[in-house]
Design a protein around this ligand. Sequence first.
Ligand code: ADP
Ligand code: MG
Length: 314
Amino acid sequence: MTEFDLIARHFSRPAPSARLGVGDDAALLKPTPGMELAVSTDTLLSGRHFLPDTDPRRLGRKCLAVNLSDLAAMGALPRWALLALTLPEADADWLAAFAEGFYAQADEHGVGLVGGDTTRGPLSITVTILGEVEAGRALTRHGARPGDDIWVSGELGGAALGLCHLRGEVELGPAAPECLARLHDPVPRIALGRALLGVASAALDVSDGLLGDLGHILERSGVGARAEFAALPLAAPLRDLPELAAPCGLAGGDDYELCFTAPPERREAVLAAGRGVGVAVTRIGAITQAPGLAVVDGRGRLVDIGARPYDHFG
Ligand code: ADP
Ligand code: MG
């Protein structure tokens, strides 16, 4: 199979949303008038983000999901994607399964695959995603103000707990499938991001653990925060595993929930946004003028996190 056979066979489904898709030197895309493009890229590296023998169908779904999650955090609507694949070999079965997973996720979110690159080397998957958001209205990390509430969607720590289970550090029993699903097949919160436009003052997606990710909002907004540990919407199995609650719920990555801020007078609007899209939203604390992030227990004492967010160069 040549490089061009490979592309023609696995990655050339028509993308009706593009004027010109896979097959030319560049794709031609026509943005909707009045919309801004939101563009983001993310790499999944074998041995770093996933094990080399991971089910390719799952990988296909996940490499797009993590990029969709970035668009969700901006309140953008996904439109197009590019896929840069580095493969150790052209394994037709692997590629067919990977493409099936990728296109299934793409179809679920109305995304057209419009181009990419294919090279030989250690397995690495880079997706670039393009979405659209009403001009001037995107959610960003820099809009949090002192007094704003801090909110989190869904549940935290499930994916990290699933990883602990895979590593044999904990035996989850009947709770394992759900945590593994969180790890392998995250659900990007696109509809929630859209519903939070004009409601949230800042937002991001929780990919590296709440602690580090909320820290990015604080830094970009020039503020601090106080969060209540007891208010965190921890994944259910963590309630019976107190020693893992902080490392998984605060520092564990891969949940792809949204963390966002909004002024207290918009509490009803935030809850309505969550209800409207069927996603739980939980208030976990407040933005402060004083810098730094304090996570406190019921008595106001600082919670010892005992873990740091993941840093590729840390
Ligand atoms: P060029 O040499 O002009 O950069 P390539 O030979 O790399 O183009 O790719 C040929 C066409 O196939 C281009 O339209 C490119 O966007 C597309 N393409 C290459 N690899 C992929 C892939 N993995 N998924 C989708 N499209 C791809
Ligand atoms: Mg070319």
